[in-house]
Design a protein around this ligand. Structure first.
Ligand code: SAM
Ligand code: DTB
Ligand code: SF4
Length: 361
C-alpha cells in the first residue's frame, strides 16, 4: 500500500489519456480484487430530513426548501424488515443513514445500537452514517456489532468551505479517526460535480490515500442536483469524468472497495460497465438512495448478468463483528449520559474476533 502520494503524482495519474488510465486501473484492480465480483450495499434512511447543517448538496438540510418527506427515527422492527428485504435482493451490506449533524447520547442512539445489533445478527455487514461521532460513541457502535462507518470528506479542504459552513474539514477527519480507533472499517469518499476543479478532486484523494490505514471503502458520488438546494443548477457530470475519478481512486487506493454511488440513474449501462472495468467494485442498490431515486434492482441484476458479474458475499474482506454486551452497559438517561467502559479492554475485542473465526470454521 502506498501512503506517500503527492498531489503532483495523483494529478499525473488523473490527467493520463483516458484509455491508458482505464487500462492501468483495470490492471491494478485485477491484482487486488476479483473483477467479476461487485459488492452490493443497500441504503436505508432511518431518520430523514430536518437536519441543522447547511451542506449545499443535501436535500435533507432543514434550511433548504426541498420536496422530501421528513421522518422520525424508524423502529428496530422496521429496520429489520428492510434489512431482510435487502438481503433477499443480494445485498451483503446495509448502510443506515440519519440526517443528523452528530450522534447524541440519547435514547435515539440506544435505538440505533439495537438496530446495529439486529442487522449484524442477520449476518449482514452493518454500516452507519450518522454524522460526527466521538471515540466513545464509535466504541459503543463497534460493541453493538457495527462493521463500517461512512463519513465522507466530500471534496478538498479548500472547496469544502464553499459547500458547508456549519462545520470544519478537521471535524470530518476526527470522526474518521474515531471510527478507525474503535476498529470500525472506514468508508469515506466524496462527491464530484459540485463546481470543484480537477485539483480539488485529486486533493481529496490525496487526503484519503495518505490516511493510515487507507479507507476500506471509498464511495464516489456524482452530485444529484436537487431542486431547492444551493447546488440545484449544477450540470450533471459527464460519464467520462466519473470513469476518470473511479480509475484514479482505484490506482491510488488499490486495496479499497471503490463504490459507484449516487448518480447512477443518469449513467448508461455502458458507462457503468466502464466504471466497473476501471475498478469500481461496489454499488448502492435499491430503488432509492436516501431520498433520491436509484436504478431498480432488476435493472442492476440484468446488467450484472450481461457483464458476468456476481454479487460479493458478506465478510470477505473482514471478520463479522461479535456483539459485545458492553454496548448497552450505559443506557442513556435523557441526554445526560456518562459512558464508562471500566471493564473494556482491547484483548476483549481480540477474543471476540477469535471466537467469530472459530464459529465460522
Ligand atoms: N448526516 C450524515 C453526514 O452528513 O455525514 C450522514 C448522511 S449524508 C446524506 C451522507 C453523504 O451523502 C454526504 O456526506 C454526501 O457525500 C452524500 N450526499 C448527500 N446528498 C447528496 C447529493 N445530493 N448528491 C450526492 N451525494 C450526496
Ligand atoms: C455515500 O457516499 N453516498 C450515499 C451514502 N454514502 C450515505 C448517500 C447518497 C445520497 C444521495 C442523495 C439522497 O438520496 O438524499
Ligand atoms: Fe445534514 Fe448530513 Fe445532509 Fe449535511 S449531509 S445536511 S449533515 S444530513
Amino acid at each position: 500500500m502506498n501512503n506517500s502520494w503527492t498531489i503532483d503524482r495523483i494529478l499525473e495519474v488523473y490527467n493520463k489519456p483516458l484509455m491508458a488510465l482505464i487500462f492501468e486501473a483495470a490492471q491494478t484492480h485485477r491484482k487486488h480484487h476479483n473483477p467479476l465480483e461487485v459488492q452490493i450495499s443497500t441504503l436505508l434512511s432511518i431518520k430523514t430530513g430536518g437536519c441543522s447543517e447547511d451542506c449545499g448538496y443535501c436535500p435533507q438540510a432543514a434550511r433548504y426548501h426541498t420536496d422530501i418527506e421528513s421522518n422520525d427515527l424508524m423502529s428496530v422492527s422496521q429496520v429489520k424488515a428492510q434489512a431482510l428485504r435487502a438481503k433477499a435482493n443480494g445485498s451483503s451490506r446495509l448502510c443506515m443513514g440519519a440526517a443528523w449533524r452528530n450522534i447524541q447520547n440519547n435514547e435515539e442512539f440506544d435505538q440505533v445500537l439495537e438496530m446495529v445489533k439486529t442487522v449484524n445478527g442477520l449476518d449482514m455487514e452493518v454500516c452507519c452514517t450518522l454524522g460526527m461521532m466521538t471515540e466513545e460513541q464509535a466504541q459503543r457502535l463497534a460493541d453493538a456489532g457495527l462493521y463500517a462507518y461512512n463519513h465522507n470528506l466530500d471534496t478538498s479542504e479548500e472547496h469544502y468551505k464553499e459547500i458547508i459552513s456549519t462545520r470544519e474539514y478537521d471535524d470530518r477527519i476526527k470522526t474518521i479517526e474515531n471510527a478507525s480507533k474503535a476498529g470500525i472499517s472506514v468508508c469515506s469518499g466524496g462527491i464530484i460535480g459540485m463546481g470543484e476543479s480537477a485539483e480539488d478532486r485529486c486533493k481529496m484523494l490525496l487526503t484519503l490515500a495518505n490516511m493510515s490505514p487507507q479507507p476500506k471503502s471509498v464511495p464516489i458520488n456524482a452530485l444529484v442536483a436537487v431542486e431547492g438546494t444551493p447546488l440545484e443548477d449544477q450540470e450533471t457530470i459527464s460519464i467520462w469524468e466519473m470513469v476518470r475519478m473511479v480509475a484514479t481512486t482505484r490506482i491510488v487506493m488499490p486495496e479499497s472497495v471503490v463504490r459507484l454511488s449516487a448518480g447512477r440513474t443518469e449513467m448508461s449501462d455502458e458507462g457503468q460497465a466502464l466504471c466497473f472495468m476501471a475498478g469500481a467494485s461496489s454499488i448502492f442498490a435499491g430503488d432509492k438512495l436516501l431520498t433520491t431515486p436509484n436504478p431498480d434492482i432488476n435493472q442492476d441484476m440484468k446488467l450484472f448478468n450481461t457483464l458476468g458479474i456476481t454479487p460479493k458475499a458478506p465478510f470477505v474482506d473482514g471478520d463479522q463483528p461479535i456483539t459485545n454486551d458492553n454496548y448497552k452497559k450505559c443506557l442513556s438517561t435523557k441526554g445526560n449520559v456518562k459512558w464508562k467502559r471500566p471493564t473494556h479492554t482491547i484483548e476483549r475485542n481480540e477474543k471476540a474476533k477469535e471466537k467469530a473465526k472459530a464459529l465460522r470454521n
